[in-house]
Design a binder for this molecule. Structure first.
Ligand SMILES: C[S@@+](CC[C@H](N)C(=O)[O-])C[C@H]1O[C@@H](n2cnc3c(N)ncnc32)[C@H](O)[C@@H]1O
Length: 249
């Protein structure tokens, strides 16, 4: 029985170190980054979906980290995992089944946090992201653990290989910056950042407008749209009597 008492000021790493509940498996390099991205949800009624339940220990750890007001939901293809985590709702199904994923989101979401620690195969990670990221709440965070399987042949990976999750994630960088090459998408407008850690990718979702220049001059702050198109790289964003040097900051 896990009787660990946790305050909301305790780090995720400390919670891990002191965990006495069900077994949990995670690469140590993920922990501090996850703490940094997810601590804003602590003490809130956040809803988290974790793909990949196994022994159920990670669901317990997330509950301790986020607090009693949070709702932690699991998803796994193996029915036995639901019995490992009787205190949690565990949806049984395949993370490559986008219809099933949408049903999970409709029934137990909308989610503020999704952690993909499932089968780690390329189509699993990509289909889950493509289905669940648009359904993630604004202000939410989507984490793909063990993205290093993109380099491993037995998971469908290979360094630089087309169709891997890492190649998919790298393309999202250009989409994040869609305003700067004239091709913004729904992903551009809904994503503020993509973070690459060792073996893990984190997406921060929040509505955003096209970037504007902020021009501070003589104690006055003005905004000016950034024009994207032929010659825009030569554009001087500052007022006509500029003495500041101008040019893209
Ligand atoms: C790495 S374990 C999860 C570990 C757990 N999150 C933890 O931290 O201890 C991966 C889990 O993903 C599940 N899984 C594998 N393929 C899946 C799929 N296609 N859909 C959903 N779950 C899958 C496995 O049954 C297994 O329980």
């Amino acid at each position: 029985m896990d009787e660990q008492q946790v305050g909301l000021d305790e780090s995720l790493r400390a919670i891990w170190q002191n965990h006495t509940g069900n077994t949990c498996l995670k690469l140590d390099v993920f922990v501090d980054a996850q703490d940094a991205h997810l601590r804003r949800f602590r003490g809130t009624a956040a809803r988290m979906l974790e793909i990949g339940v196994l022994a159920g220990g990670s669901l317990q750890i997330w509950q301790k980290f986020l607090g009693d007001d949070a709702t932690i939901v699991g998803l796994d293809i193996a029915p036995a995992t639901a019995r490992n985590a009787p205190d949690y709702k565990v949806h049984i199904g395949d993370q490559t089944d986008s219809v099933f994923l949408a049903e999970v989101a409709a029934e137990s979401g909308p989610f503020d946090i999704v952690i993909d620690d499932g089968g780690h195969e390329m189509d699993q990670q990509i289909t889950s992201f493509a289905t669940l990221y648009p359904l993630l709440r604004d202000g939410g965070c989507y984490i793909v653990e063990d993205a290093f399987t993109s380099y491993w042949d037995e998971f469908g990976g290979g360094l630089g290989r087309a169709g891997t999750f890492m190649e998919f994630a790298k393309q999202r960088i250009d989409e994040l910056d869609g305003d700067f090459h004239g091709a913004p998408t729904a992903f551009t407008r809904s994503t503020t950042s993509v973070h690459f850690y060792k073996g893990m990718v984190v997406f921060e979702k929040k509505p955003n407008e096209p970037p504007q220049y902020m021009i501070s001059m003589d104690g006055e702050l003005t905004h000016r749209p950034m024009n994207v198109g032929p010659g825009f790289a030569d554009e001087d964003p500052s007022p006509t009597d500029d003495t500041t040097g101008g040019g893209p900051a």
